[in-house]
Design a protein. Structure first.
Length: 255
């Protein structure tokens, strides 16, 4: 097998930029242009505005109630320069949620994060795949929160304000040069503003080219089941959903 054929074989297994070739001491022009395009797509994903209205319509078509909230970051520029403001609600949203406080088992939050492109593409498909598991587990749902200018920790603030037992925030991940539309999910038991990163479980790279919606939904359902049984999330809850002995087994919770 020639060296060229060997690299072609390896390219089937990765989106990484390998064996790009060279033109003299530099990369070929086509590879420089492709890199520039990927970089532009990543930057666009970060700055693309979050249009939550189409998502609201799709979620309501699934029979889900929604709420729209905003972080304390008033605009995208503030959001990017002040991460702390993206982790807490603005006062108007906090007042709205105080009026809707309940005791639902699970709150789903859709937050733009660092890629609203990811949210627009992946969030509804993931929730659609998750709903049968939620029904099997017998969990009650709070209204889905559509969160603008959101960091991961905003989910804990929203969950505490609504009185949910657990929160899963679906959020756009930092774009990579081959994945500007990758979604992450962070699950927290008993959300409150004092929670730290080690108290959350993360599922990342959710997109058709990475972790498909159906596989991500099963992982999240497995973690939800264990979170409600053990009353915790984070480093003390290890993801064993890939254990063949457990595959496909998500059972109603006994409470």
């Amino acid at each position: 097998m020639s060296t060229h054929d060997a690299w072609d074989l390896l390219r089937q297994f990765t989106d990484a930029r390998i064996a790009l070739g060279r033109s003299g001491a530099s990369l070929p022009t086509r590879e420089v242009l492709k890199f520039g395009l990927a970089h532009a797509q990543a930057r666009d994903a970060i700055h693309q505005p979050f249009d939550s209205e189409p998502l609201r319509g799709e979620l309501e078509a699934l029979g889900l109630e929604t709420l729209t909230v905003h972080s304390a970051a008033a605009d995208r520029d503030t959001y990017l320069h002040r991460p702390d403001l993206g982790r807490k609600l603005d006062e108007e949203s906090r007042a709205l949620l105080a009026r809707r406080k309940g005791n639902a088992d699970l709150l789903l939050v859709i937050g733009d994060g660092l890629s609203s492109h990811a949210v627009h593409r992946q969030s509804v498909g993931l929730i659609r795949a998750l709903l049968p598991y939620i029904e099997t587990l017998g969990l009650t749902l709070a209204p889905v929160a559509l969160a603008h200018q959101s960091r991961v920790a905003l989910g804990d603030d929203i969950g505490e304000a609504l009185g949910a037992k657990a929160v899963a925030i679906l959020i756009g991940e930092r774009p990579g040069l081959s994945s500007p539309d990758s979604l992450g999910v962070y699950l927290t038991w008993k959300p409150e503003r004092s929670r730290i990163e080690s108290e959350r479980n993360c599922i990342s790279n959710i997109r058709p080219e990475g972790l498909p919606w159906e596989a991500a939904a099963f992982k999240l359902a497995w973690l939800l089941e264990q979170a409600f049984l053990r009353r915790l999330t984070g480093v003390k809850l290890k993801d064993e959903s890939d254990n063949p002995a457990l595959h496909g087994k998500v059972k109603p919770l006994l409470r």
